[in-house]
Design a protein around this ligand. Structure first.
Ligand code: ARG
Length: 458
């Protein structure tokens, strides 16, 4: 049996075969369940329009489920000669079902097939990332509530600036996650239309029911213009990576704070031993490696975003093999952001806030601005008050830090950081994402007649 879908009786030069497959035979392993589900929907649609019989579509479904199960057992593989997951699956179908296997590709191309795989993969992975971001936001808010008014030196230029609180500081990162959810949501919606039926990008002379395939796969609708389908490849990945770049950058900045605040000179935060690897030579060391890796990997995510956009930004319309090169940076960044969120949540949940150290580190200059503001309240022009306080810094009293915090009770101030409002917003997102996940996985479950309670990716 010919291994390649495009086999016409000649072989490729071995170096070109290796070069063209690139990482596809490895990366595509993660696309297998989505490829099978896409094929099930396509077969069912072909049965509806009379290209296949209902029995044939059913046989294909059974075989595709068997392939998914063998993948889950670790028994599925893609050979280099097969190039990609689409070929490996079609070869298995043809091996098992003969001519019926050879019919599955009617009315589609690998171009719309790889897109449907990637869009299903993206939906599945983004849903998990959404939940992780929600959990992290909740973790930050809960820790913020537990230490709502614990005083911390607010800094600008890394130097002592004004009194702040742990509630305000951690709440700010929860608020950042809320903004990231908006960006991720935009990317999620962009990704949520079904490209199947575009074939090579110009449609086919069959009466395809594209709405049916979209519905069977749990998409919100059809990706209309068939020529846009190939243009959307890389663009969608770029939108997802742009959102994830923001997530990764926020995690990186949180990590930077935690690295500093857990250093010996500060000890504002205590990181548990189990999160801190040691040194091979210095017996005392417990290092914040996971936080440093979050910081470094955020750079990789940003670089992947640029990588993807650079690959696509100057291509002419239509499919180009260049598009394959967006897969690696895209999929690796998805993995990276997912695991960075897992580790960040672990750190936030397990770290301890050392309120004694925080109080011991308060100093009078943190209250200088408050003092100037008090004088302004009494009627002194602010610039005069500013100069007076600057000249009398030694007279400032740091003792009553609680009042200094509570006195900033305007919206979002240290005395009123709005943590409960933020929590309500996060919970509203959680409900929304749960409803989306439920809709998506139940559509896929009824298509395959297999349960996918917590997502497909393993
Ligand atoms: N591995 C290919 C990719 O990721 C699949 C599509 C191949 N299509 C083609 N016309 N050669 O782009």
């Amino acid at each position: 049996m010919a291994k390649k879908l495009w086999d016409k009786g000649y072989g490729l030069a071995p170096e070109v075969e290796l070069f063209s497959a690139g990482e596809d035979h490895i990366l595509d392993m993660d696309l297998l369940p989505y490829d099978c589900l896409g094929s099930m929907a396509h077969a069912k649609m072909l049965a509806k329009i009379g290209i296949l019989t209902t029995e044939e579509a059913e046989l294909l479904r059974e075989e595709l489920v068997a392939i998914m199960r063998s993948w889950a057992r670790g028994e599925f593989s893609i050979s280099l000669e097969e190039e990609d997951v689409h070929t490996a699956v079609e070869n298995l179908l043809t091996g098992a079902l003969g001519d019926l296997g050879k019919k599955i590709h009617t009315g589609r191309s690998r171009n719309d097939q790889v897109l449907v795989d990637l869009r299903l993969y993206t939906k599945d992975r983004l849903l998990t990332i959404f939940f992780r971001a929600v959990d992290l936001a909740k973790g930050l808010i809960e820790k913020g509530i537990a230490h709502r008014f614990a005083p911390i030196a607010g800094r600008t230029h890394t130097r002592r600036a004004m009194i702040s609180t742990v509630g305000l500081w951690l709440g700010s990162f929860a608020q950042a996650m809320l903004d990231d959810l908006v960006l991720m949501d935009a990317a999620y919606r962009m990704n949520d239309t079904c490209p199947l039926g575009a074939a090579a990008g110009f449609g086919v002379n069959l009466d395809l029911d594209r709405e049916l395939t979209a519905e069977l796969l749990g998409f919100s609708g059809v990706l209309g213009n068939v020529a846009y389908v190939n243009l959307s490849r890389g663009k969608t990945e770029g939108a997802v990576l742009a959102a994830l770049t923001q997530v990764a950058a926020d995690l990186s900045r949180l990590a930077a704070d935690l690295i500093l605040y857990s250093a010996e000179e500060y000890r504002y935060i205590e990181l548990p031993d189990e999160l801190c690897p040691g040194s091979s030579i210095m017996p005392q060391k417990k290092n914040p490696d996971p936080l440093e890796l979050i910081r470094a990997r955020s750079a990789t995510v940003l670089a992947s975003y640029l990588n993807v956009m650079e690959v696509v930004r100057s291509l002419t319309s239509g499919y180009h093999r260049d598009l394959q090169e967006t897969k690696g940076p895209f999929m690796r960044s998805i993995d990276m952001v997912d695991s960075c969120l897992v580790v960040a949540l672990e750190v936030v949940n397990k770290m301890e806030v050392n309120e004694d150290a925080l109080k011991a580190h308060l100093s009078p200059e943190l209250f200088a601005t408050d003092r100037a503001m008090d004088l302004a309240k009494e009627g002194m022009p602010f610039r005069d008050a500013y100069r007076k306080v600057a000249a009398e810094l030694h007279e400032i009293d740091a003792a009553d830090f609680e009042a200094a915090i509570l006195n900033k009770a305007h919206t979002g101030g240290p005395g009123n950081p709005g943590l409960e409002d933020a929590l309500a917003e996060v919970e509203a997102w959680e409900k929304e994402i749960e409803a989306r996940a439920e809709g998506f996985y139940s559509a896929l479950s009824s298509l395959a007649r297999v349960d996918f309670p917590g997502g497909l990716y393993e």
